[in-house]
Ligand binder design. Structure first.
Ligand code: GLV
Ligand code: MN
Ligand code: MN
Length: 418
């Protein structure tokens, strides 16, 4: 049941070719764009070629199904096909290609399973465009309303609802995309680790126990723009100088011993008017706080804002804060983890139980059905950059662990009469 590493390389390349940016600059296939839909269509083609039925739900999640011998609730696997700007070829894609390989294995080997197997590509997992991660899987998790979709905008001011409409999805139907326990029995996602733990320990598989939450917000500092030559240093209200202190404040709070494990990052600065001869009058900072501890996550966000206010008061500039998104960390069910750990032991494959620092679709579907994750190694731990890389041989082994885990889950559900 090992995946075919050469086929995996080919499928990953097929998807990588669908990009706004040329290869050396990395892959750009943003959430809710025609390119993302093109990638979903390629996946749908793989599935129909295998004789599976395929549908697209109201928010653009693509779901293929192989019927089970007994029917009942479905077992799912999959991930996402969108990327960050100038990102890698593996984040999300490895999990979708792994799902496609599982589908190929079960069809070609005519493997029997009682429950339906579903192969899923979630829409819009990356928060890069809308500041909101996991848009499609949040819909599956029943976490959106049409009003909320209208309230989220990208940096061009396009609302998520309008971006959906432009692709022929109807945002008023978002609630119809919700998964429920009567229809779904569980979900298992393969993903590249995006960190360096597996590689550093020479371990083949990560079995995920916790997924970090994230709180994202925009800080806007408003000072006074004026001439860089004629304004004395003592008479300035330089928004960028205050913003620089805010960036360092984020680092200071996250590295404080009280916050072991918190990550706090300013990944985007918008400096206005952005001229070498004008003192910056306004700066917006995008802040991303991640933690597996929900109180520490929210306390960090609150502390950045409250201590940031003191900095801005001292510098005589104004500070406003706008929440972009807030997702809690989740604990994945131990019984589902045990299935994959047992498979690794049986195959004599090295594994370790570990947390995920990144967000994932499983985090969102985990709100409504049991979800699990397995990681495969990432070279040098790099992710969200063009250098992101995982070996197809490692992914092929991950496919075997995934396939056997899904089959074991199917058998366990049957045994328990579920
Ligand atoms: C998703 O890749 C994230 O930003 O964690
Ligand atoms: Mn991902
Ligand atoms: Mn990502």
């Amino acid at each position: 049941m090992r995946g075919d590493s050469r086929r995996i390389t080919k499928l990953i390349e097929d998807i990588a070719a669908i990009s706004e940016t040329p290869q050396p600059s990395g892959v750009t296939r943003l959430a809710y764009t025609p390119l993302e839909r093109e990638a979903h269509a390629v996946f749908a083609g793989w599935m129909t070629d295998l004789g599976l039925s395929v549908r697209t739900d109201p928010v653009g999640n693509t779901i293929a199904e192989r019927r089970g011998t007994a029917g009942g609730r479905a077992i799912g696997t999959g991930s996402h096909l969108d990327s960050v700007p100038c990102g890698g070829r593996f984040d999300g894609i490895a999990g979708v290609v792994a799902a496609a390989e599982v589908a190929r294995l079960v069809v070609e080997q005519d493997l029997e399973h009682d429950h339906p197997l579903r192969f899923v590509v979630f829409a819009g997992e990356e928060g890069a465009r809308f500041g909101q991660a996991c848009i499609g899987s949040k819909a599956a998790g029943g976490m959106w309303t049409p009003k909320a979709l209208a309230g989220v905008r990208d940096s061009d001011g396009v609302s998520l609802a309008d971006a959906m409409r432009a692709l022929d999805f109807d945002p008023t139907e978002v609630e119809l995309a919700t998964w429920n326990r009567d229809e779904w029995a569980g979900f298992l996602e393969l993903h590249v680790e995006q960190g360096a733990v597996l590689e550093a320990h020479g371990t083949s598989i990560g079995v995920v126990d916790l997924i970090s939450g994230s709180t994202r917000f925009e800080l806007t500092v408003t000072g006074r723009a004026s001439h860089t030559g004629s304004t004395p240093m003592s008479l300035r209200a330089d928004a960028l100088c205050a913003a620089a202190e805010l960036v360092l404040l984020c680092e200071e709070i996250a590295t404080d011993p009280r916050h072991r494990g918190t990550r706090c990052t300013v990944g985007k600065l918008d400096v206005r008017p952005g001229s070498i001869t004008t003192i910056p009058g306004q700066v917006s900072l995008a802040v991303d706080v991640r933690d597996v501890d929900s109180s520490r996550q929210r306390d960090t966000a609150n502390e950045v804002v409250s201590r940031g206010r003191d900095i801005c008061l001292r510098r005589d500039v104004e500070l406003t804060a706008r929440l972009l998104s807030d997702a809690s960390p989740v604990v994945l069910p131990v019984w589902l983890r045990d299935i994959s750990s047992t498979v690794c032991k049986e195959l004599d494959v090295t594994y370790r139980v570990m947390y995920s620092g990144a967000s994932h679709d499983s985090q969102m579907v985990g709100h409504v059905i049991p979800a699990g994750m397995i990681f495969v190694p990432s070279r040098a731990g790099l992710s969200h950059v063009p250098q992101e890389w995982s070996s197809s041989v490692d992914i092929a082994l991950g496919v075997e662990v995934l396939t056997r885990s899904l089959i074991a889950l199917d058998a366990q559900l049957t045994r328990l009469g579920r």
